[in-house]
Every structure is written in C-alpha cells, then in structure tokens.
Design a protein around this ligand. Structure first.
Ligand SMILES: [Zn+2]
Length: 383
C-alpha cells in the first residue's frame, strides 16, 4: 500500500539527482553543466502577482536553486484569474503572496530554496534583497512589478551592481519583455561575462527615460488584464533568465518584444543603439536617481485595487497587534494572523478596508487618494 508519506519519501529520494531535468538538459545550449549552473543560481523575483507567480513557478521547475521572492501584498479572489500559484484556500486565509508562493513551490520542487519576503520593494531595501544570493549578489533580477517607479528603482540597482535584469509588463491584452544586461561604468576594465561576449544592452532608462512605454500606459485599473498575456510575457522573461543564468548570452534577445494577443501583432523594437547615442543618466552617468530616493513619495496607488499603500507608516517594532486589533474591533470586522491585521471601517458613510502589516506598512482599500488613505490611517491607527 502506498501512503501519502511514502510518496513524499519517494519524491525526496529522487530530489538530489538531475533526473527530473532530463527533458531540459536535452536542449541545445543546456546539458548537465548548464543545469548545474541553474541549480547553483539565485534569482530575485520582485513582485509575486500575475507575472511573478508564473516566473517563480517556471524558474522553480527549471531548477533555479534559490529564489528570493519579495511581494508586499496578500491574495484576493480577483487575483486567481491569472496568479497561477494561488488558490481559494489562500484567499480565505489571507496569506501574503510571497509566503503562499513559498508553500506551493515546496510541493513543486523541494530542491529549490525559497526566501519569502513580505515587503514593499523600494530604494531603501532593493540592494539588501539583491545581496541575498548564495554567494552574495543574486545572479539575476526578474521583474514581476506592476508600476514604473519600482521598475526604475530595480533598474538603477541592477545597473549599479551589474546584475542582469529581465523587465516584463502586461496590461489589457498587451505585454512587453526586455533583458537588461548592464554596461559597466565607462573605463571599468573588469568586464562582466556578457560584456566579454559583446552582449551588454541598454538599460530601461536608456529606452524610457521617465515615461511609461506606449501601450503600457493605460492602467490596469481601467484596462483590465487577460490572464494568458501575462503568462506569455512571464514565460518569455523566464526564457531570457534561463539563457542568462546558463551563460548563453549569444541567445539573449537584444530587442524589446511587444505582443498584442488580441490584435495579433508581435513587434520587436531594436533598442541596441539607445546606449551608444544617448547620455543615459543611469548607465552612462552612473547617477542612480531612483535608487537615491530622489523621486520617492512614500505612498503608492495600487494597480487595479482602488487602494493606496503607505510605506513604513509606523516603525515595525512599535506595533502592538493585539492592542490595535482591540481598538479596531468596535468599528467592524477584524481579522488577524501573524502577518497582518485587517479591519473593515465605515468612515463618513464610506467603506474602507485597512490592512496593517507587521513590517509597519498599511494598505487602505476604498480610495485612490493618498491624502484620504493617510487620514484614515491617522484616525484609526495613529499619526
Ligand atoms: Zn541606461
């Protein structure tokens, strides 16, 4: 008779071998050495929503040995249409996305080490997350982010520390992907492997400077998003990540890819010259404005959520969850777990949902106005 624990035991018996990657190792450019490179690699997945769940899922299955997954949010029922690592139980238990992803991946591939971090990625912490690799710096950063502010912060950190960064974005039925293989500072003779291969690419700011790219600008608040387009883009990011992590720099697409799955258009933008002809403030002038916090606001309107996040509204160490939960209870339904407190609040006839995380962040649902969110926070949690 086979019991559940027998099956698990059997699974862990085969885990240390390369057998499970056999079909992948048959591919050109892969093989055993490439597979070992994946197993020894660390990938930082920034954001674990629509893109991030697909990315984490595929990289874990491919055998990327260490994933650092950072996400600030928890799972809601409207996420399930496209966020493939989550299910209805996760919604019911109000589990943070990073934590739920870690639990799922443990069942998918127990060889993979996962660090799940429930936090907002911003200029104060991105470099800390980037140094969580097994040998210090992570080997790659893969973008599962839903806003351009965070992307520019990640781009700055990736260029400064010379870590490959795979951009991806999708809204409506359109998605884009692009691999940043950073240039070193002019005059730095210590070349990266991709520079030695002649394959460095322009950074995100070489291409976009400030404005979001056309087609990505309509927010997912209004445009919605089709699950499959997210999946296509995230998988494309994974392809490029696997090429980079296995040292197949010649195979990396130097172009920016844009796919509109509804209108059946697939475009490639030749961006290679953007580095040579431009005076990029980031990768040429080495002025990391986003990483320096020059444009940081401390509040973020969350994509598609009618919600505002307040970053580090309180010092995490000062939060007394029990006391706060007790104080909020008279205002309406309060639920709490070790990650967060959530309270339904009626204020001036308006319904809000306040979620307070144990790192001090808060998400106020029911408004897109940072000023309203701040006043709700001040009123019910404290200044
Ligand atoms: Zn640049």
């Amino acid at each position: 008779m086979t019991t559940t624990s027998d099956i698990r035991h059997h699974t862990s018996d085969i885990a240390p071998t390369l057998d499970r990657y056999h079909r992948q190792m048959l591919l050109p450019g892969m093989g055993e050495e490439a597979q070992r490179r994946l197993l020894n690699a660390t990938a930082l997945v920034v954001g674990c929503g629509a893109l991030g769940t697909v990315i984490a899922n595929m990289l874990a299955r491919a055998g990327v040995g260490h994933l650092v997954i950072v996400d600030r949010d928890f799972i809601e029922v409207t996420n399930l249409q496209r966020q493939v690592l989550f299910d209805e139980d996760d919604v019911e238990q109000a589990i943070p996305k990073a934590e739920a992803a870690k639990r799922k991946i443990a069942k998918i591939n127990s060889q993979v080490k996962v660090d799940a971090i429930v936090d907002d990625v911003n200029h104060t912490n991105i470099e800390k997350f980037m140094t969580m690799g097994d040998t210090g710096m992570v080997d790659i950063v893969v973008d599962g982010v839903d806003n351009f502010e965070t992307r520019f912060v990640v781009n700055d950190a990736a260029v400064k520390n010379r870590v490959p960064y795979i951009y991806g974005g999708a809204v409506g039925c359109v998605g884009m992907s692009y691999a940043v293989l950073p240039h070193s500072a002019v005059g730095n003779s210590d070349e990266t492997p991709w520079e030695k291969a002649g394959k460095a690419t322009p950074c995100l700011r070489c291409i976009f400077e400030q404005a979001p790219p056309p087609g990505i600008n309509p927010t997912c608040d209004t445009a919605g998003v089709l699950g499959p387009v997210v999946s296509i883009i995230a998988n494309y990011q994974c392809v490029e990540a696997i090429k980079v992590l296995t040292g197949n720099y010649n195979a990396v697409n130097p172009n920016m890819v844009s796919i509109d799955v509804w209108n059946n258009t697939m475009k490639q933008f030749k961006v290679a010259k953007a580095y040579d002809v431009g005076e990029c403030v980031c990768c040429k002038k080495r002025n990391f404005e986003w990483l320096d916090g020059k444009f940081s606001s401390g509040t973020t309107t969350l994509c598609g959520r009618n919600a505002v996040q307040l970053t580090q509204a309180q010092d995490a160490g000062k939060l007394d969850f029990d006391e706060i939960a007790g104080r909020l209870r008279p205002h309406g339904g309060v639920t709490a777990n070790k990650f967060m407190i959530r309270a339904a609040i009626k204020d001036n006839g308006q319904d809000y949902e306040l979620t307070l995380f144990n790192d001090g962040r808060a998400i106020i649902k029911g408004t897109k106005q940072p000023s309203v969110a701040k006043s709700i926070y001040a009123k019910y949690i404290g200044a």
